[in-house]
Design a protein around this ligand. Structure first.
Ligand code: GLC
Length: 479
């Protein structure tokens, strides 16, 4: 049942262009690439080695930061109700007006040290930052295009360079998001059509300054900038995070990018390059796939409020409970959680975001063993049901999770992250033999009483949960 629903989503998305790629639908794959990518040529063992750190990591920080943090969701007296980094497109801001934000951009509050330290305190193992979003503004020093933070702003600093140095020092990995196809300020750059007055249906453009040849844009800006990003930051990026390829990224055009990526055999890149390349990772956006993606690496990217790029009036922050349970839910399905922060125009991370990340880190300090380096649950107990009346983001029956518990796995241990504390834990089918049980947050690891009869397992728990959000029961197991 689960499988057929997943296939349905894939087929439904096959014929769609930009608009859907903005969302979460998997990108259709074609095996006949003009240039084979690393995923087409490596052995399964090579692939496992390449993906190893990423699979162990489970938790990463997404950073959406750019010029859009200046309007912060509002321009010319109008507020956007869409995500903040789309403001130029949504409010049809002319190219010249948007480019003028650069002169005001002086984010002296930015501290690579503090952001990297925050990621570490949150228990995150990697960072992915927007090096250039759809607005075309490069957040790094670029020789190929002057519309960049070093040359076009009074700031004159390269945050990517500073982050790379700090990540190196503090021992955490760094990846770059790059919008390879959409570029709303470079002539010829792609623009997703959002059905707004004055926007051209074919090109998506709303300003003559955007017109030009896509191939020129690709060859003179996009590919050369990707090259700069790959060359200029030593061992980083370890991840390149592409986005919204649209129809413009034909197999041939994408192949040109692949040629470049192939020079970096340890690089991990996502499924949003386009041209039928499947990349390394599925990227469900703003949701957790009910059953993960069996056989595929995947990463749910999610906002901490309702926007990626900073919006001054978006205070709809998710609770620490939701964020932590999302992380656990994702880990239990074998995926990674890429949780976004949106620094403001001074380079400051909003306080409610900092608070939540620190709280998550406190839980992980105690319970990280149940998350890092684990694999998906071995229980086939459903963690929810598909609604018979409601539809989800992809037009398929909506998955309604039950929030009682989740489980993650290591070779000799099964972790059960309990949300809904009952004083006992029971499963009908325990696939492994249990040799001991204790609570991870109990420093003494005091043995808990359990009985395993045939398939079923019962563990006696103390009356009170050690953590109201999730208390981890550890089962020592043999196969
Ligand atoms: C979407 C949006 C983009 C955001 C991305 C994050 O594709 O276009 O603004 O960066 O999702 O996943």
């Amino acid at each position: 049942m689960y499988r057929s629903i997943a296939t349905g989503i894939l087929l439904a998305s096959a014929s769609l262009g930009y608009a859907q790629l903005e969302g979460s639908a998997p990108i259709p794959q074609s095996p006949n690439h003009p240039v084979p990518a690393i995923q087409d040529t490596e052995t399964p063992a090579q692939r496992d080695a390449r993906m190893a750190w990423w699979r162990d990591a489970r938790f990463g920080m997404f950073i959406h930061w750019g010029l859009y943090s200046i309007p912060a969701g509002e321009w010319n007296g109008k507020r956007t109700d869409h995500i903040g980094e789309w403001i130029m497109n949504d409010l049809s801001i002319p190219v010249a007006d948007y480019k003028a934000f650069a002169k005001q951009f002086n984010p002296t509050g930015f501290s690579a040290h503090d952001i990297v330290a925050l990621a570490k305190a949150a228990g995150m193992k990697y960072i992915v930052i927007t090096s250039k979003h759809h607005d075309g503004f490069a957040m790094f020093g670029s020789k190929v295009d002057p519309f960049n933070i070093v040359d076009a702003t009074p700031f004159h600093r390269d945050p990517l360079k500073e982050l790379a140095e700090e990540c190196r020092k503090q021992g955490i990995k760094l990846g770059f998001y790059y919008s390879q196809s959409q570029d709303w300020t470079a002539p010829g750059g792609g623009a997703a059509y959002r059905n707004l007055p004055g926007h051209d249906k074919q090109t998506g453009h709303w300003d003559k300054a955007q017109d030009g040849s896509f191939d020129d844009y690709l060859h003179k800006k996009s590919i050369p900038q990707i090259k700069e990003l790959l060359e200029n930051y030593k061992e980083f990026p370890v991840v390149v995070w592409f986005d919204t390829p649209g129809k413009a990224m034909t197999p041939e055009r994408a192949a040109e990018v692949v040629k470049l990526l192939n020079k970096y055999p340890n690089l991990i890149w996502n499924n949003r390059l386009g041209g039928g390349y499947k990349g390394d990772t599925e990227t469900p956006e703003q949701y957790i796939p009910p059953q993960g993606y069996p056989g595929r690496d995947w990463e749910s990217c999610m906002t901490i409020n309702d926007t990626w790029g900073f919006k001054s009036f978006d205070t709809n922050f998710k609770s620490e409970e939701t964020l932590l349970r999302n992380l656990i839910d994702i880990a239990s399905k074998g995926g990674n959680y890429l949780l976004n922060i949106g620094p403001d125009s001074h380079g400051i991370v909003p306080a409610p975001e900092v608070e939540r990340l620190r709280a998550m880190g406190k839980w992980l300090d105690v319970n990280g063993e149940a998350i890092y380096g684990t694999s998906a649950t071995i229980f086939d107990t459903p963690t929810g049901t598909f609604s018979t009346t409601e539809k989800g983001r992809n037009g398929q029956p909506r998955f309604i999770p039950t929030w009682n518990w989740r489980s993650t796995t290591k070779a000799n241990k099964v972790y059960v992250e309990i949300f809904d504390w009952k004083g006992s834990f029971h499963v009908d089918k325990m696939p492994r033999k249990v040799t001991g049980a204790y609570l991870l947050a109990d420093k003494a690891h005091k043995p808990l009483k359990f009985t395993q009869n045939g398939d079923s397992l019962d563990v006696q728990l103390p009356a009170k949960a050690l953590d109201p959000i999730a208390t981890v029961l550890v089962l020592n197991t043999t196969k």
